[in-house]
Design a protein around this ligand. Structure first.
Ligand SMILES: [Zn+2]
Length: 148
């Protein structure tokens, strides 16, 4: 979605904000590994993404992902050192819509994080959407990308 700075300021605690460059980096990561799913973490403060961590998908699968545990640990250590929090976990759906699969819902262990899914179902137009997944319930979370 497109939003102006005033609206972003009002909604900052309810949205995930990233720069256009960060959004493009997630999509580029998804395209680079397709048809396998990719995954990674977004960290920052106040809903504003400061850093994107590309993590290996330890399942190396076109239908599922699992964050590589060692890389995840290193990313968490870096976030702590920087004073950032985990804002979002992203992964790709190379051939299905940008909506959590039943497995994604089962394995959503971070209720405070936004689950960002990039769909490459239409190769010409990647779709990126964000969701909260809390106790099996899925709700869409607004995401926006612009440069501050
Ligand atoms: Zn998924």
């Amino acid at each position: 979605m497109i939003c102006d700075l005033l609206i972003c300021d009002l909604l900052i605690s309810h949205m995930l904000h990233m720069t256009a460059e960060q959004r493009e980096a997630i999509i580029a990561h998804a395209r680079a590994e397709a048809p396998l799913e990719v995954c990674g973490l977004l960290a920052g403060t106040g809903g504003q993404v400061q850093r994107l961590y590309r993590l290996a998908n330890s399942e190396q699968s076109p239908l599922s992902y699992r964050l590589d545990p060692l890389e995840q640990l290193r990313a968490f250590e870096d976030m702590e050192a920087q004073g950032w929090e985990l804002l979002a976990i992203y992964h790709s759906h190379p051939a299905s819509p940008a909506y959590p699969s039943p497995r994604d819902v089962d394995l959503a262990y971070y209720p405070a994080a936004v689950y960002v899914i990039v769909s490459l179902l239409d190769p010409a137009r990647a779709v990126l959407r964000g969701f909260r997944i809390v106790e099996g319930r899925v709700s869409e979370e607004e995401t926006c990308s612009h440069d501050f």
